[in-house]
Design a protein around this ligand. Structure first.
Ligand code: SF4
Length: 236
């Protein structure tokens, strides 16, 4: 049957059930969380959370590109966006190394920080592994508001499973992405990019240097931390 060629409907229904459990667990930890059926709904939710005039910081995130938040912000034209990882049509970074460093520092004090996450656990934790720390640091402290958007394909049972997934799937694919699409052949020299398997390397281009687990939001920051779980496959 043609209807069975596409299981998006069933997958979305399943994802929503998992998300509902995670949202309850986030709520217990003081983190605001909600479910969006699709990227269109997620984009609209995120845009409502970003006040006009707020300086919006971000880092490298495929999920946010897929959700279309940057296009929506550009269209609205009411927010300054600090994005150190803007790339041209050829995949090359627009800003120089020094310019990127400076933007990353400014992102730490942005009004609103929008970002994806490597994994979300069923008991309500956000797990990330970062190469430079610029992506994870503003999730923890600095910006007045943090909005995390995550595709339901990144739901895992627990922290252990999250780290296994990140080093076993996200990191190798991300390294290959930088090598093939972003003109950084050095990343293709990483063991995981060569074989698909993490060997806990000490390579100078290692992309797994900083591991963070967010287990809750400080009570004074209760209304400042938001997670949007999207019922679609997004990011890596
Ligand atoms: S530790 Fe090294 S081999 Fe393992 S995922 Fe990270 S970069 Fe790849």
């Amino acid at each position: 049957m043609d209807a069975d060629l596409n299981i998006q409907l069933e997958e979305g229904n399943y994802y929503e059930k998992l998300a509902n459990r995670i949202i309850q667990n986030f709520t217990r930890k003081g983190i605001n969380a909600c479910f969006a059926n699709n990227i269109k709904q997620a984009c609209s939710m995120v845009m409502k959370m970003i006040p006009e005039g707020a300086v919006v910081g971000t880092a490298d995130s495929m999920t946010l590109l897929q959700v279309g938040v940057f296009s929506a912000l550009r269209k609205r034209g009411k927010n300054e966006v600090l994005n150190p990882f803007v790339r041209d049509d050829d995949g090359k970074l627009v800003f120089s190394g020094d310019e990127r460093q400076e933007l990353m520092r400014r992102v730490l004090l942005s009004d609103v920080y929008i970002i994806g996450t490597n994994a979300v656990t069923m008991d309500g934790k956000l797990v990330n592994i970062d190469a430079h720390g610029n992506r994870v640091a503003p999730m923890i402290f600095g910006p007045r508001k943090v909005i995390v958007v995550v595709g339901a394909n990144k739901i895992v049972k627990n922290v252990e499973e999250a780290i296994t997934r990140i080093k076993g799937v996200c990191a190798p694919i991300n390294a290959i992405r930088h090598g093939l699409k972003h003109h950084h052949p050095d990343f293709l020299e990483l063991p995981c990019a060569k074989t698909g398997i993490c060997v806990d390397c000490n390579h100078s281009w290692r992309i797994c240097r900083y591991t963070t687990i967010i287990e809750g939001a400080n009570p004074p920051r209760k209304d400042c931390f938001h997670v949007v779980i999207v019922g679609e496959r997004l990011g890596l």
